[in-house]
Design a protein around this ligand. Structure first.
Ligand SMILES: [Cu+2]
Length: 449
């Protein structure tokens, strides 16, 4: 049993147990599929901390407040090693779910951390090296929602007007069973699951709604538009609220990215269907398909409006980075005998290149370059960063605004980001969030010292 405390001798506000275990679920025609799931229990704290939709294979949604001290006992009841990563949360490396921390079957790992993040939609999933893709695909993932005062004061659409969706694709074979089929391109499905359920029709109240999406797919990238290109007002990104609402008509949505937006359903009649559709990534290649259908129901008494301003949190001044004009460069390339790599290096648990050593308290500019024809969603642990430049992109609609922990690097693109490394020392990961790319070695450590 491992225990690393980050709130000293203080008592935690919330204590949870999350168990990873095998289960069975019937998808269709009465055929059982083997799945793995996270099961949650509240040992201390409010009942609202865990929520689970009936019949969902996903882990419970964990909902906490910024500043909460949390203890989570992870119990591994699988037949292989596993560990949980709190995606987007600013925690010490012992609490980050590093593959090094992966625990054997029948073991427990105890996380103790203070929720330092702003209000936003984060998530949790396994992170053992080489097996992350399969473990997530088998059902291990869940949402982690953080609330705070700044968000509360905005009077954003809430209760029935706040809709959170985890989007995943899964391959259901001819027998009706879930099948994991990884390849160099990733694991793709033939069916869409929303919130761990094989249904994609949901009722919405007429009026303004807050919709939050997580792309929980292993590899699938969407090119979304809502109701054939109506305006949506983006209010948040991976790391919480933007400074002010930003109008979008369509957007690319890569694995692990989150978007938070407002959408008005005012003029639709009761019973009308509004579709969230994904267009081909490249014009003319492939067909569009429906991902979610919203059925408009009657208005409720709650009326909301789009706020003019959202957050006072200042952006990082790019000049904070001493290397602004000579960013650290990370090339996303395949290498024979290794798989997918970063700068030609595959995953190594205890080795670091020069560019992977970072002095605590510094701000750095990094540039990801994708010379391949395959998109790579790059995730950096332990930090929320900002995009300062994307070029020469021919792809309009990447979600670059606000605070990000995962950024889509499209074919041919260079994406320059700015990072502050000022919260924890230690070893953190950066990797492709196409989970099969990650498992095929497109992951590295960086050390903050
Ligand atoms: Cu990749």
């Amino acid at each position: 049993m491992t225990k690393i405390s980050s709130f000293g001798k203080d008592e935690p506000d919330i204590v949870l147990e999350i168990e990873a275990k095998e289960t069975k679920l019937v998808f269709e025609s009465g055929i059982e599929s083997n799945l793995w799931c996270y099961e949650g229990k509240i040992l201390k704290g409010p009942k609202s901390t865990l929520k689970k939709a009936a019949g969902s294979y996903l882990g419970p949604t964990i909902e906490v407040k910024s500043g909460d001290k949390i203890r989570i006992k992870f119990r591994n009841s699988l037949k292989e090693k596993s560990i949980i990563h709190w995606h987007g949360l600013d925690v010490s490396h012992e609490n980050d779910g590093h593959p090094r921390s992966a625990v054997k079957p029948k073991s427990v790992y105890i996380y103790d951390f203070v929720v330092e993040n702003r209000a936003g939609m984060y998530w949790y999933h396994p992170h053992p090296h080489g097996n992350t893709g399969r473990q997530v695909y088998m059902g291990l993932a869940g949402l982690f929602i953080v609330r705070d005062k700044e968000e509360q004061n905005l009077n954003l659409p809430s209760n029935e007007h706040e809709l959170n969706y985890v989007i995943q694709d899964r391959f259901i074979n001819e027998e009706g069973r879930l099948e994991y089929r990884p390849s160099m391109m990733g694991a793709f499905g033939n069916r869409i699951f929303i919130n761990g359920l094989s249904k994609n029709k949901f009722k919405v109240r007429r009026g303004l709604n807050r919709i939050r999406l997580l792309n929980g797919c292993n590899a699938r990238i969407f090119n979304f538009e809502l109701d054939k290109g109506k305006d949506v007002w983006q209010i948040g990104s991976d790391g919480g609220l933007l400074k002010k609402p930003h109008r979008l008509k369509k957007f690319f949505f890569a694995p692990a990215e989150r978007i938070d937006f407002l959408f008005d359903f005012p003029d639709y009649s009761i019973g009308e269907i509004v579709k969230l559709e994904s267009l081909p990534l490249v014009d003319g290649r492939g067909k569009k398909y429906t991902v979610i259908e919203f059925e408009v129901t009657e208005e409720s008494d709650e009326l909301y409006s789009i706020p003019t301003f959202l957050s006072n949190l200042p952006d990082i001044n790019p000049r904070e980075a001493a290397n602004l004009n000579s960013p650290k460069r990370f090339e996303l390339v395949p290498k024979r005998g290794v798989g997918w790599t970063i700068n030609g290096h595959g995953y190594e648990e205890n080795r670091y290149e020069n560019e992977e050593l970072i002095k605590f308290g510094t701000t750095e500019a990094w540039e990801f370059y994708n010379p391949t024809g395959i998109p790579h969603p790059m995730h950096i642990h332990g930090t929320q960063f900002q995009v300062i430049k994307r070029y020469p992109s021919e792809f309009e609609g990447c979600l670059d605004k606000g605070w990000k922990d995962t950024i889509l690097v499209m074919p041919g693109d260079r994406v320059k980001v700015i990072n502050r490394f000022n919260t924890f020392k230690g070893d953190f990961l950066y990797h492709c969030h196409n989970l099969e790319h990650e498992d095929m070695s497109m992951m590295r450590n960086f050390r903050i010292y």
